[in-house]
Design a protein around this ligand. Sequence first.
Ligand SMILES: NC(=O)c1ccc[n+]([C@@H]2O[C@H](COP(=O)([O-])OP(=O)(O)OC[C@H]3O[C@@H](n4cnc5c(N)ncnc54)[C@H](O)[C@@H]3O)[C@@H](O)[C@H]2O)c1
Ligand SMILES: [Zn+2]
Ligand SMILES: [Zn+2]
Length: 364
Amino acid sequence: MKAAVLNRIPGELEIEDVTLDAPRDNEVLVRVSASGLCHSDLHFMEGLWNTKLPAVMGHEAAGIVEAVGEDVTDFKAGDHVITCLSVFCGKCRWCLAGHLSICANPGAVARPKSAPPAIVNAAGERVAQFARLGAFAEEMVVHEHAVVKIPENMPLDVAALIGCGVTTGLGAVFRTARVEPGSSVAVIGAGGIGLSAIQGARIAGAAKIIAVDVVDHKLDVARQLGATHVVNGAKGDPVEAVKELTLGGVDFSFEAIGLKQTAEQAWAMLAPRGTATIIGMVPFGTKIEIPGHEIFMQEKILRGSMMGSNQFRTDMPRFIDLYLDGRLLLDEMVTGRITLDEVNEGYDLMRRGESTRTVISFEN
Ligand SMILES: NC(=O)c1ccc[n+]([C@@H]2O[C@H](COP(=O)([O-])OP(=O)(O)OC[C@H]3O[C@@H](n4cnc5c(N)ncnc54)[C@H](O)[C@@H]3O)[C@@H](O)[C@H]2O)c1
Ligand SMILES: [Zn+2]
Ligand SMILES: [Zn+2]
């Protein structure tokens, strides 16, 4: 099958013919219908993060089950599914407490080392699956704890977005920060993740939703999806602008870019007792600095959100209901549909700030 493989860091993706093993034990084989381009893969391609190579990249997909391993009882060929990188062991203390996205032992549900690799390249080398998924490929073999069944009336191309971006943004608002009705929210970065947080804030009933970005047309989309105010961070100090709009600061801020500077801005624009949630993948090893006295004197909170603190088997079907109800706008987030061969061009659009979400469609 065809897959987009990262062979070196930093590096571009290469379209290769790789061989996929049949699903074993608790694995399912998914024929991928659509795969979204999330910025996280780009951080690895650009060398800000490291992962095992070579790897089939991609982690935001939806598709149809084609076959299942002999121990799988909950899925069958023909099921429509979304995949999620929050593959849970189901046994560790975090899983048992409902915090699947920070499972301490996802390796427990990985294919055993004694089994043949799931993917090999033309040279016969083992190819890793990025984020335990590898979604830039025509097919994926994943553990059943990486998939959730969805209704067949949900279009698969937009269902893919729920696989990462939407679940991360909505989850950060609903589950991590628990945004309250009537509160004020600022979201820094209006890409796929930030726009999902903005939609989450709208659905949660936030009164004031301020989108901060450095590209004007991203701010137009943000307004369309629920922002009540917009700030172009390239034209003046976004912290001052947000404070002015809220008479002193927001109750909840979200950083959805992955920069030290904007993470610190997220903290600085908080009102006393506010919570800043860092979603962006700040480069590995980078430190965020915040004034220590503000932590206790203003009772502010800084926290992170891993994949929206999801419980994806229950969250994703809820997000689908919100979409089918017309309250979660997904079609408006897709700015381009491309083929697998065009994946690097898709990432060029993201680098230049010209796309909201680009989706690889495998049904062309
Ligand atoms: N925590 C998680 O579990 C999780 C999950 C998915 C993605 N992420 C991370 O979330 C971040 C966002 O991903 P995305 O796919 O939405 O990316 P994206 O590239 O689509 O969006 C980023 C946005 O930030 C804007 N931006 C860039 N610099 C800015 C600045 N200085 N001030 C204001 N806006 C600025 C860009 O114009 C763009 O609109 C990435 O770091 C990604 O790795 C984290
Ligand atoms: Zn992602
Ligand atoms: Zn676990």
